[in-house]
Design a protein around this ligand. Sequence first.
Ligand SMILES: Cc1cc2nc3c(=O)[nH]c(=O)nc-3n(C[C@H](O)[C@H](O)[C@H](O)COP(=O)(O)O)c2cc1C
Ligand code: SF4
Ligand code: SF4
Length: 261
Amino acid sequence: MILYFTGTGNTEFIAKEIASRLDDDCLNLLTRIREKDYSAIRSDKPWVICVPVYVCEMPRFFAEFLRNVRLEGSREAYFIFSSGGYSGISGSLAKGIMRRKGITVKGYTDLSLPRNYPVSKLYKLLSDEDARARLAKAYGLLDGIASSIRNGDKLNHRYVFLFEKAITLPFNPVWCRLKFKADDFKVNGNCVGCGLCERVCPLVNITLADKKPVWGNNCTHCMACVSNCPMDAIEYGDVTSQKGKYHIKYHKEYLDGLRKM
Ligand SMILES: Cc1cc2nc3c(=O)[nH]c(=O)nc-3n(C[C@H](O)[C@H](O)[C@H](O)COP(=O)(O)O)c2cc1C
Ligand code: SF4
Ligand code: SF4
């Protein structure tokens, strides 16, 4: 069973491609995460857990979900992290969480995908050309990853140094608390009140009032609301109008072409 969360489509792309190579089921965890539904999920094949990287770790809400959900059946798991280039300490955290559930992480790996986070002052979003180069490189690695999982082998991953843990463990919660504010989201006149932004928020942080989204205080900056709006009606301060937005759907035709090659 392949389990995944995605904000802007990268991780869903990876999860579905791996599921088709392994001929396994694929479950989007969004609804369960939103509803804090920790009821049992069963897999007789090893779990393959696909998740983006936020601030050098697994998203905190995802780690909480994993700690609580009942995973029945296989006692082996693989993780595939979809990052913008640095997965930090995600792998070692994943191992710790799964060990406490009695599940052995047989391997994890990090795929470098287009960055989806315009709010970060550290990075620009990639040009279409660079984003497609990353997607092609990641796509080219999927057969090997699927084959290793099928054979029960380890996956190639970066070594996580002790100093990375020493920096990230205290840094991540402080950064999330200080930076993940929802005050700057705004909606423009293109909004048609479809409610998709409300439905894609993993933290149930959006409600519709008079058919327009209103943001609460519990935000993880996943960019799902901004990037999935079909009317492109949501902006974050003046950041998204200046730096742009990212969603894998912008590259759909390119990915269709890759699949046919
Ligand atoms: C809040 C936030 C924090 C992020 N932090 C990191 C990070 O520390 N390292 C990194 O390589 N990418 C980081 N990224 C980029 C995403 O991990 C990457 O673009 C991922 O593929 C997005 O997956 P998705 O499209 O499935 O949501 C961050 C993205 C967001 C939204
Ligand atoms: S997804 Fe976009 S169009 Fe739909 S309600 Fe939200 S802001 Fe409005
Ligand atoms: S409100 Fe925050 S957590 Fe919810 S979808 Fe938007 S960016 Fe993600």
